[in-house]
Write a protein that binds this ligand. Structure first.
Ligand code: ZN
Length: 302
């Protein structure tokens, strides 16, 4: 159905039109992280970049499932994951969805290396759409020195998200997550702007209410040329566990019942409209796919 392009770090591009997921592009310099085009329609291109590779431990998940029910979804108590950033190219503009972990993250985010390999300079980024303000999503907005990593970019996030973190920063100045949001606001000033759920944040890009993981957690639906793609932020922390058992939550979900409801609502929407999805913590081997109802949950098909 799709034409997947595997982008190699020195500009070579191999086109694959297939039902089988192409293998992840190996970074030729051993440093540049995997990246590849995952969607292309109506003049809009979406590229996924794996900013950080990591494995998710089974121990962070909570829910009704027993340890035995959860076990088959992990190998040695872990499952493959990562922190991804998306590049949207449309009409001569370049937007990011999230900014990755940044230089302070352990291990540090590799987004800048992938952008350089794509020929994108920090000043070329016009807009950064934020799914939510956890440090693995906004850390990359700042340099090591706490300055703007993207000198010309506006940063957009949901109003309830910004409000919640700034309120927390006042109540608990020692909270590291809230302090990072304050640092971003200090660095970007009036270029930090908010949106309401349901708003078009770019032509054809709608901010969908996915609140639960955080108060303003947002999924973005990109539509162009009659096709759509869902970028679902942190609806999924472990694949395939949370597709099969959507009531399972990562410990990071701030309001678990709301996070579960958002997960089910958006998966149902994706299945109904046959819209492919990608997410910030999807493993790069399964970076984009479709969902189909399967028993109590969904089955994800890359
Ligand atoms: Zn996250």
């Amino acid at each position: 159905m799709f034409s997947f392009r595997t982008l190699l770090s020195h500009g070579a591009a191999a086109f694959l039109t297939c039902a089988v997921m192409p293998s992840v592009a190996a970074a030729q310099d051993g440093q540049t992280p995997p990246y590849r085009e995952i969607w292309n329609a109506g003049g809009v291109t979406v590229i996924a970049i794996q900013d950080v590779y990591r494995q998710m431990p089974a121990s962070i998940f909570k829910g009704a499932a027993t340890e035995q029910e959860r076990a088959p979804y992990f190998t040695g108590g872990k499952t493959e994951g990562g922190i991804n950033v998306f590049v949207l190219r449309m009409g001569g503009k370049i937007a990011l969805v999230d900014a990755g972990g940044g230089p302070q993250f352990q291990p540090p985010g590799k987004l800048p290396l992938a952008l350089a390999a794509l020929g994108i300079a920090p000043q070329d980024i016009d807009l950064v759409l934020i799914t939510h303000a956890h440090s693995d999503h906004i850390g990359g907005l700042l340099t090591q020195e706490g300055k703007r990593a993207f000198p010309k970019a506006r940063v957009l996030l949901a109003q309830p998200e910004l409000d919640a973190w700034l309120t927390l920063a006042e109540k608990d100045p020692a909270n590291a997550g809230a302090a990072m949001v304050k640092a971003v606001v200090a660095a970007y000033g009036a270029d930090v702007q908010t949106f309401a759920f349901g708003a078009a944040v770019l032509p054809g890009v709608i901010a969908l209410d996915a609140a639960g993981h955080t108060p303003g957690h947002t999924a973005f639906e990109v539509t162009a040329g009659g096709k759509s793609l869902l970028l679902v932020g942190d609806l999924i922390h472990a694949m395939p566990l949370q597709f099969a058992l959507p009531d399972e939550c990562a410990a990071y979900d701030m309001d678990m019942p709301k996070a579960i409801a958002a997960r089910k609502r958006i998966f149902a929407l994706a299945e109904h409209s046959q819209t492919p999805m990608s997410g910030v913590h999807f493993p790069f081997t399964h970076i984009v796919g479709t969902v189909k109802k399967d028993g109590k949950g969904w089955k994800f098909a890359p």
